[in-house]
Ligand binder design. Structure first.
Ligand SMILES: *Cc1c(COP(=O)(O)O)cnc(C)c1O
Length: 382
């Protein structure tokens, strides 16, 4: 079996048989010529159903997650929507993480509940809490690890055990780790979800999502529902994502190096309260993370000792860290989850602390990142 980076660069990406183009072409065509009615040349008919650039991306992503099938989407939420509609019917029950990605929570809480789906938020770091939450009607357990924005860690193999016993499918949102750092299918997950907008794309220039599974029937159902509802990525988006994926391994190594240094600075800084980074030995999920992840990734959150106002001042004072939502790009970003990415969970069980700051640590020179945070913390302290 080939290694991760060889797959990232070559899986699904043979040189073009007609021209020899080394790089997969952007097949900007909505429709494909047929040799007689129904005589499809390479299985392509209409680009909502399938497009060759998208196929290349899907084959690459399947190889990276160690799955048999991948389905690429126009966004992570598009992928989540199709997956949940395939897994759940009215009356079914779903378990979600108690600090799920805000958009996932909104989709479940505001949209799916209109169709009679019930859900329970659970701290998935606590397997007993999960065992207590599953019901006879539980059809799916939705797991994120590390979680967003608190970097909580769930033991994927242990969660998979409980889900299997309950007769529920396990979904792992692997966006924060990326397939380079963590491979949930090998740990017992039924489906892996990615917002490829983040680390897989890696350059903050494209929105996309993907589902990966080794279950043939499930893959067929996902393709059928995607084709029915139409949440597909365009060929340009698929191409950008594929280009980004080629460098995923080297980027994740550098993200991890830089985040470790940043977490170390924060942990020793008097203006900082708690630091949330699974690579720190004092993190409650450190041992589980060390067992199931190659390294600990580029996301670091922390509370600011001066409270909400001081946290907002830190976000306003950085010069290299750009104040923006999203994550996983080469450039460093800073944000205030309670007012930005997680505004949709305010007042719910998933509310996040208002003195929390989240960093997406990029791959710039780490000394510059550390200096920038030092000056921002000093400025915020007044
Ligand atoms: C961004 C994100 C999503 C949603 O993906 P989009 O591409 O924005 O639709 C889902 N899960 C996690 C963990 C995310 O960070």
């Amino acid at each position: 079996m080939r290694g991760f980076s060889t797959n990232a660069i070559h899986a699904g990406q043979e040189p073009d048989p007609h021209t020899g183009a080394v790089i997969t072409p952007i097949h900007a065509s909505s429709t494909f010529a047929q040799d007689g009615v129904g005589g499809l040349r390479a299985g392509y008919e209409y680009s909502r159903s399938a497009n060759p650039t998208r196929t290349a991306l899907q084959e690459c992503l399947a190889a990276l997650e160690g799955g048999r099938h991948a389905v690429a989407f126009g966004s992570g939420m598009g992928a989540s929507d199709v997956l949940l509609r395939v897994l759940l019917k009215p009356g079914d029950h779903l378990v979600i993480p108690h600090d799920a990605y805000g958009g996932t929570f909104r989709l479940v809480d505001k949209v799916l509940t209109q169709w009679g789906v019930e859900y329970t938020p659970v701290d998935l770091a606590d397997v007993d809490a999960l065992r207590a939450a599953v019901r006879p009607t539980t059809r799916a357990v939705w797991c994120e690890t590390p979680t967003n924005p608190l970097l909580g860690i769930a033991d994927i193999a242990a969660v998979a055990d409980v889900a299997r016993t309950a007769g529920a499918r396990l979904v792992v949102d692997n966006t924060f780790a990326s397939p380079y750092l963590q491979q949930p299918l090998a740990l017992g997950a039924d489906v892996v979800l990615h917002s490829t907008t983040k680390y897989v794309g890696g350059h903050s220039d494209v929105v996309g999502g993907a589902l990966v599974t080794s279950d043939d029937e499930l893959a067929e159902a996902l393709r059928f529902t995607q084709n029915s509802v139409g949440s597909v990525p365009g060929p340009f988006d698929a191409w950008l994502t594929l280009r980004g994926a080629k460098t995923l391994a080297v980027r994740m190594e550098r993200h991890s190096d830089n985040a470790e240094r940043v977490a170390e600075l924060l942990a020793g800084h008097p203006a900082v309260g708690r630091v949330f980074y699974p690579g720190r030995p004092e993190h409650p999920g450190h041992e589980v993370a060390a067992k199931q992840m190659r390294r600990f990734g580029g996301m670091v959150s922390f509370t600011v000792a001066g409270g909400r106002e001081a946290a907002l001042r830190v976000c306003a004072a950085t010069e290299i860290f750009t104040l923006a939502e999203s994550l996983g790009g080469v450039e460093s970003l800073i944000e205030h989850p309670a007012a930005m990415t997680h505004a949709s969970v305010a007042g719910s069980a998933l509310e996040v602390p208002d003195d929390l700051v989240r960093l997406s640590v990029g791959i710039e020179d780490v000394e510059d990142l550390v200096d920038d945070l030092r000056q921002a913390l000093a400025a915020a302290a007044g």
